[in-house]
Design a protein around this ligand. Structure first.
Ligand SMILES: [Zn+2]
Length: 604
């Protein structure tokens, strides 16, 4: 996680804004006297969901936590970053440290890649690996998959890998840091022995760490690399680098649990499959998934732990803004077993996947006795909080109706219980300890903004094609900061030099994002239109939220509604522009068939 992301995750805009002005609860949001202009009525709103603020009075502007502090304290982005970093207890990286880290990380990836190649070679050729080869065969893995996933074998000796890597010029210290060696009572030895090795790659396909399955009954059955500067399982998905392109093309990802499930899926053509390597999926993995597709299929093991892990992901439907689906696997089989027996059956199971919410309903219903009053009220107890999480009102009504049918309780009565749940949230003047962690799973980045910047950074010739792209379209201050630095500079090398450490970190991530070189100008144009659309929608959303506040004067309401007309008008014009653009693209597609394909891959 970058320093900027960490700051956003640790701080709550409601607390920071609460220091500048007295805030009171107004529906889901908070309201107060604007800290920036003189007024009697509060026209300053804070939206905890989106971690943003907006003043609809004289300021008529808004932004995120950084812009709030910049405006109030009169700071530039870099200094606001420093102030908030110290509040959050986050150490900002200096450019020198970033460079040092990068060199170190590069070196660790090199060691791991060398170890991966060594293990792979052993699995293919060493006499000792016979048992591991038999195991791989037994699990149905063919030679192609074995080399695609670079499976390997660690010998039974205690220093085979060390000797090999020493010859390659790596030091024992570096091997320890990479987690390939381990210090025990008798000295320093190879961490993995007599195990089938699964290299775990990062998004760029570099080896971040390993998982090793025992071949001699020793414990634990699966041994992982320890956490290292480049290996953090909470941010990795097995097979991500191999699945990404196909997942984009097919606009779906199937998430399985184990290495074997992922490998066999790919072997039989289900190349949009990744493995969670355990049962929990978190913010960072969902963030990576969201950049590829919104269609997530879960195919975890059908045991209790797997079921629980899937149900915990319901909150991420709001993040993905899309329904998550569950693949039900019969007879307690694992996905790789089903696919090995019949890929066609697997295809059918994918097609029959049910919405995660329906799945959680049937799972909960199995646990209670629906014939008894106690069972019915228990079911309502389990499911109402889940229903309360659903942000889409139509879906929420659908599932409320479903619950009402299951327990035969009047829907209106359930609705009032649901409202009760909503009201139990904190109300009145907002006071909370600094350490309060924001509830829910939120993303602190905007993939679209970042993609647009990645294009501009990587293809500087696009800079004079940015007419119509306004600074305020960027909802994240760090993106606005990078964009204005890009506009202000004459050459791309000087952009990076002009930024402070934490922003450089962000800039480097953008510079390394994959951007296909085809159809750049059209992609940029599309991107600008989409950013403008999101911006206008944000403005409308803010206005709607504010209109919902009860203590507005009629005058204020009228002013807001008038502003809303203007925004709606702009949106209409934008749609017209977009439809013209689409027609043009269709025409060009007939002369350049590849272009549309590339557009699709980019996630449009
Ligand atoms: Zn104001």
């Amino acid at each position: 996680m970058s320093a900027i992301e960490e700051i956003k995750q640790k701080l709550d805009i409601v607390e920071i804004a609460g220091q500048y002005t007295q805030l009171a609860k107004s529906g889901k949001n908070f309201k107060g006297i604007c800290p920036f202009h003189q007024e009697k009525h509060g026209s300053f709103f804070v939206f905890p969901d989106r971690q943003s603020w907006h003043c609809f009075g004289a300021c008529s502007t808004g932004g995120d936590i950084f812009s709030l502090v910049m405006k109030k304290e009169g700071l530039d982005f870099g200094d606001a970053l420093k102030l908030l970093a110290s509040r959050a207890g986050v150490v900002l990286p200096s450019p020198a440290r970033l460079k040092e880290d990068k060199n170190k990380h590069d070196r660790l990836f090199q060691i791991n890649d060398a170890a991966r190649d060594y293990y792979h070679e052993q699995l293919k050729n060493s006499v000792e690996a016979e048992k591991a080869r038999n195991y791989v065969n037994k699990r149905g893995i063919n030679a192609r998959s074995l080399s695609d996933f670079k499976l390997g074998y660690s010998l039974t000796g205690r220093d085979n890998l060390r000797k090999h890597l020493l010859e390659r010029g790596f030091s024992v210290e570096e091997m320890l840091e990479a987690g390939l060696l381990i210090e025990v009572e008798s000295g320093i030895i190879d961490r993995f022995h007599n195990r089938l090795m699964f290299p775990i790659s990062n998004a760029e396909g570099k080896t971040a760490g390993f998982g090793g399955r025992e071949m001699d009954g020793s414990q634990p059955k699966y041994l992982n690399s320890p956490e290292t500067p480049i290996f953090d399982k909470s941010g990795l998905l097995y097979g991500f680098d191999l699945a990404r392109e196909e997942a984009r093309k097919q606009d779906m990802i199937v998430m399985v649990e184990g290495y074997m499930d992922a490998i066999i899926s790919h072997q039989y053509g289900f190349k949009y499959t990744m493995a969670s390597m355990g049962t929990s999926i978190g913010d960072r993995q969902i963030d990576a998934i969201k950049k590829i597709t919104r269609n997530l299929f879960l195919a975890m093991d059908a045991d209790e732990a797997g079921e629980k892990a899937m149900i915990r992901l319901i909150d991420y439907e709001n993040t993905l803004n899309h329904e998550i689906k569950v693949v039900t696997i019969p007879n307690g089989l694992d996905p790789d077993e089903v696919i090995n027996r019949s890929p066609k059956t697997w295809q059918q199971l994918l097609e029959k996947a049910e919405p995660l919410l329906d799945f959680s309903f049937s799972t909960a219903a199995r646990e209670v006795d629906l014939d008894s009053a106690a069972g019915k009220s228990r079911l309502a107890e389990i499911l109402l909080p889940t229903i309360a999480q659903i942000q889409n009102p139509v879906r929420q009504a659908h599932y409320l109706q479903k619950l009402s049918g299951m327990i035969k309780v009047d829907q209106q009565r359930l609705e009032s219980s649901l409202n009760e749940l909503g009201r139990r949230r904190p109300s009145g003047s907002y006071q909370a300890p600094v350490t309060r962690k924001k509830s829910g799973n939120k993303l602190f980045s905007s993939p679209r903004e970042e993609f647009c910047l990645a294009m501009l950074i990587q293809y500087p010739q696009l800079k004079d094609k940015t007419a119509g792209l306004k600074l305020e379209y960027f909802s994240n201050s760090e993106n606005a900061e990078v964009f204005s630095a890009l506009l202000a500079s004459s050459d791309s090398a000087s952009v990076r030099d002009g930024l402070d450490g934490a922003t450089v970190e962000h800039y480097d991530r953008l510079a390394n994002q994959t951007v296909a070189p085809q159809g750049l100008e059209i992609k940029l144009k599309e991107c600008i239109l989409l950013l403008k659309e999101s911006y206008l929608r944000r403005v409308l959303q803010n206005q709607e939220a504010i209109l919902g506040s009860t203590d507005l004067t009629q005058e204020e309401k009228d002013a807001l509604i008038r502003q809303g007309f203007d925004v709606n008008h702009e949106l209409k014009e934008l749609f017209y522009e977009k439809s013209k653009g689409l027609e043009r693209m269709k025409r060009e597609k007939s002369t350049d068939g590849t272009r549309k394909k590339e557009e699709e891959k980019e996630g449009y």
